[in-house]
Design a protein around this ligand. Structure first.
Ligand code: PSU
Ligand code: MN
Length: 302
């Protein structure tokens, strides 16, 4: 493992001392937001986690090494390279490593690397899911399979409406992945606090979430947990833009790993950039909750 995995000294020490660590993904930096806001956001997210009393660990692949705990320079490198970094999910890992390339990690591959390092809590914006039309395209994010098998809790703002939220929930149920609503019984849908779908469990405190995580993993019930944290009220958006973005996706015939970045970019364009600020704010909100959960979990498991 040593040969592949490089954990920063700070993260290593924190893990050794049983302190709270929060993992962060890098596709959100390279593919999820434009430069330089992506880098500013990634650095601010680290600060929020620190200010909340936990240690941030941004994860990516640099020159074929699985890196846990990126420096400011490394985040800037990744962010300015943007979409030229290869979006790396589970299937891609061996090839990016063997070729010594730079890879931005998705939720799935970030979970894998976080688990290797021993990190249990991961904060991001949105997870991948079952895409609309998946009945025929079979476009289902590898994030869902990962949640079914890797022991990391993912704090997100729910599932974006570029996805079929109902089918995403069905898939998670099949895989035994609990969907927790933080102080809400309705699953939030990324830019909005509402989706019309219920979460499995409404939990109101980070401590109770941490207790549930501990119970799950103490019992060897393998897999992750989705912790859905609604976007703060003042940053909510309504978005017909999604429908238009999906129409254009179909017309252009964009498929596979390109579809999520295309839809994210299109929605941003169609909403005149308003969505970017909302996106940034919800990530901040998730980082804070991620830190709070990681702190409670660390106390329970010390
Ligand atoms: N959803 C978002 N923002 C994102 C992503 C998803 O709202 O940045 C990124 C995450 O890295 C996620 C990936 O893991 O897209 C899912 O891609 P795919 O659907 O190709 O599995
Ligand atoms: Mn896909």
């Amino acid at each position: 493992m040593e040969k592949y995995l490089e954990i920063s000294q700070e993260v290593k020490n924190a893990l050794k001392n049983g302190e709270a660590v929060v993992a962060l993904e890098s596709t959100i930096i390279s593919h999820g937001m434009p430069y330089p806001q992506n880098v500013e956001t990634a650095l601010q997210v680290k600060k929020i986690i620190r200010d909340s009393g936990a240690i941030p660990a941004t994860i990516a692949i640099l020159k074929g090494k699985l890196k846990v705990g990126l420096t400011e320079e490394e985040i800037d490198y990744l962010g300015s390279k943007g979409q030229d970094c290869i979006k790396t999910s589970r299937r891609d890992l061996p090839f990016i490593i063997a070729k010594g390339l730079d890879g931005a990690t998705t939720v799935a591959s970030t979970m894998i690397i976080a688990a290797m390092a021993g990190i249990k809590v991961f904060a991001t914006g949105g997870i991948g899911g079952v895409h609309r039309g998946a009945e025929t395209t079979m476009d289902i994010s590898a994030d869902l399979e990962e949640l079914g098998q890797t022991n990391v809790a993912v704090v997100c703002a729910g599932a974006k409406s570029i996805l079929d939220i109902g089918l995403t929930l069905e898939y998670l149920e099949t895989k035994g992945v609990p969907v927790v609503g933080y102080q809400t019984s309705e699953l939030p849908a990324f830019y909005t606090r509402k989706s019309g779908f219920s979460v499995d469990y409404k939990i109101d405190t980070p401590l109770e979430i941490a207790e549930s995580l501990k119970a799950k993993w103490d019992l060897n019930l393998k897999g992750g947990v989705v912790i859905a944290n609604p976007i703060p009220e003042e940053y909510q958006m309504d978005y017909d833009a999604i429908t238009n973005a999906i129409k254009e996706l179909d017309e252009k015939g964009i498929k596979g790993k390109e579809s999520t970045p295309f839809l994210l970019g299109k929605v941003k364009e169609l909403t005149g950039g308003d969505s970017l600020n909302s996106n940034i704010q919800l990530v901040f909100n998730n980082a804070k909750l991620g830190a709070e959960i990681a702190i409670e979990y660390a106390k329970l498991t010390k």
